[in-house]
Design a protein around this ligand. Structure first.
Ligand code: IMP
Length: 185
């Protein structure tokens, strides 16, 4: 095992099985609706998005948005900024937001509000991970949810700490001494 891993929380096999299930459920739900516009939230959702869309068996197009709510740190700032907007309009589209993780829920709440003003035909959310303990937005709906996880900072499978560890195919907790920004290590 890599020296920086404290604990593997979700293995590659379990993630892949869950992504398959989510894709199946989404495919069934959208069968009669028409094309899905899947919106991946960069950068954390890029791997999940790539795996998920390959398990969705209805017509689908993709777009990406980049949002900032954490600045290289484990603490939420409460500030949500759009760093990169969608390339295409979503008017009358069946939009599926694909998120890596929902924590306080502030990012997703803001995102849903912004996208709802653009008059999509429908707006749903698929999030791989759900940390409920620190939820600030209590009434947030996650239509498709992969795993409920405890309130620990996790990395891997697209999720980072200071831009590192996105490339590991499983989700894990870092040893405390590795929660240091580059340059401090
Ligand atoms: P929220 O606005 O507090 O729900 O935070 C959502 C965003 O924070 C996610 O899209 C991630 O970018 C980031 N985030 C929250 N928890 C974690 C974590 O455990 N690991 C990596 N990123 C996280």
């Amino acid at each position: 095992m890599e020296p920086f891993i404290e604990q593997v929380l979700i293995s590659e096999e379990i993630i892949q099985a869950k992504v398959k299930d989510l894709g199946k459920k989404i495919s069934e739900d959208y069968l009669d609706k028409g094309e899905i516009r899947a919106i991946g939230i960069l950068r954390g959702a890029f791997i999940f998005m790539a795996d998920l869309v390959r398990n969705i068996k209805v017509p689908l197009s993709v777009d990406f948005m980049s949002i900032s709510s954490y600045e290289d740190d484990c603490e939420t700032t409460g500030v949500v900024r759009i760093l990169k907007d969608l390339d295409k309009p979503i008017t009358n589209r069946h939009v599926l937001i694909v998120e890596d993780i929902v924590d306080t829920g502030l990012t997703l709440k803001h995102l849903k509000e912004v996208l709802a003003t653009r008059n999509p035909a429908s707006l749903k959310v698929c999030a791989l991970l759900n940390k409920k303990e620190k939820r600030v937005v209590k009434d947030l709906v996650i239509d498709y949810c992969g795993f409920d996880i405890p309130d620990r900072f996790v990395v891997g499978y697209g999720l980072d700490f200071a831009e590192r560890y996105r490339n590991y195919p499983f989700i894990f907790i870092l040893k405390p001494e590795y929660y240091q920004k580059p340059g401090q290590v």
